[in-house]
Design a protein around this ligand. Structure first.
Ligand SMILES: NC(=O)C1=CN([C@@H]2O[C@H](COP(=O)(O)OP(=O)(O)OC[C@H]3O[C@@H](n4cnc5c(N)ncnc54)[C@H](OP(=O)(O)O)[C@@H]3O)[C@@H](O)[C@H]2O)C=CC1
Ligand SMILES: CC(C)(CO)C(=O)C(=O)O
Length: 319
């Protein structure tokens, strides 16, 4: 399978390299210093005492569009932060607009709105929703990503067809060879919202207090904040007809209680002075609660405080 992975960071580098290892023909799309580095150097991914290290063809998105025809690629994975989805999808739209045969376009991102954005610019039957869980994967130095966790991938078409089912079954067979676990889901939106419960529960609060999920979820008082955050995400889902319940929030809370302590990507982003997926995670919860005439006080408080403290820190760095 010929695949392109857009975003050679924690998630993109990991998925790209495991797929390359099992025989896929991989191309990375990167930008800035990662692009310059990968044009001349190998990508290195460490995972479970294994070192995957290889020189991978890497291009900017404009170079990709000029060099390849959509017909040459079977799947494009988007593994950037959710803030980049719109810009990337617009580019892919101009690339594919005159082609009869286009690649499947698969998100591995956090957030519940990436797929809606992708569908605005891309043929709906070719948009595949996805998420990755039980994974912690980060760039530890330029061109070196370290990954931990059991790694589960959930994938599903938003608009089911026989063709996209066949493609997903084939992709699952390939992913099964990587030693990770993949589920093809009938209702990927439901799974995306379940994941949002986890991200709303731990990402911003861990970034704010600079603590891993384990200590916060084991502490009697802070665990109530995490439960409140998760519970608001479940409530928010009702605004878009996903209808998660408080039981679902409880299940996700228990899952995180039993999962290894994690340092969420949002905390790592604050350490690296990067933009945060605050609007894509907490903003979505607040907006969808408001649509139902509800407040989301836990989410509002934690996300507002994080934004305030982080903006202040960034302003200091700039000055
Ligand atoms: N890291 C983790 O453990 C987990 C992350 N996720 C989710 O996965 C997604 C990816 O996260 P993560 O891997 O941590 O992100 P990273 O920030 O580590 O990597 C994203 C990469 O994409 C690049 N990028 C962004 N926009 C473009 C563009 N237009 N063209 C080319 N490259 C681009 C970034 O470049 P630059 O460096 O220049 O910004 C960066 O190298 C997020 O939605 C995150 O929430 C989900 C589960 C766990
Ligand atoms: C919370 C976690 C680790 C769950 O996989 C995640 O999605 C993230 O770091 O953003």
């Amino acid at each position: 399978m010929n695949i392109v992975v857009i975003g050679a960071g924690g998630i993109g580098a990991f998925y790209g390299m495991i797929l390359d290892k099992v025989g896929c023909n991989l191309t990375f799309v990167a930008r800035n210093e990662t692009l310059e580095f990968l044009k001349n150097n190998k990508m290195k991914v460490t995972y479970q005492n294994e070192v995957m290290e290889k020189k991978i063809d890497t291009y900017s998105i404009d170079e990709l569009i000029n060099k390849f025809k959509p017909e040459d690629i079977d799947a494009v994975f988007i593994a950037t932060k959710a803030m980049s989805t719109e810009q990337i999808s617009k580019k892919l739209s101009s690339w594919t607009e005159n082609s009869s045969n286009i690649p499947y376009y698969i998100s591995l991102q956090n957030g519940v709105e990436n797929e809606d954005i992708m569908e605005k610019y891309y043929k709906k039957e070719y948009v595949i929703g996805g998420l990755t869980r039980l994974i912690v994967s980060h760039t530890i130095s330029l061109g070196h990503v370290h990954c931990e966790g059991e790694v589960q991938t959930l994938l599903g078409a938003l608009n089911h067809t026989n063709e996209n089912k066949k493609f997903l079954d084939e992709l699952k067979l390939i992913l099964d060879k990587t030693g990770t676990t993949t589920f093809v889901c009938e209702d990927i939106r439901l799974e995306l919202w379940n994941k949002l419960i986890i991200n709303n529960g731990v990402n911003a609060i861990c970034a704010l207090v600079q603590e891993e999920s384990g200590p916060l979820i084991r502490d009697e008082k802070t665990s109530k904040l995490i439960y409140g955050l998760m519970s608001e995400a479940a409530k928010a889902s009702n605004a878009v007809g996903v209808n998660l319940t408080q039981d679902d929030a409880k299940k996700m809370f228990e899952l995180m209680t039993n999962f290894q302590s994690v340092k969420p990507s949002m905390w790592v982003d604050t350490e690296n002075n990067r933009d945060l997926e605050l609007d894509e995670i907490c903003g979505v919860v607040i907006r969808n609660c408001e649509k139902q005439g509800l407040d989301a006080p836990y989410t509002r408080t934690i996300s507002t405080l994080l934004e305030f403290v982080y903006n202040k820190k960034r302003a200091k760095i700039k000055a």
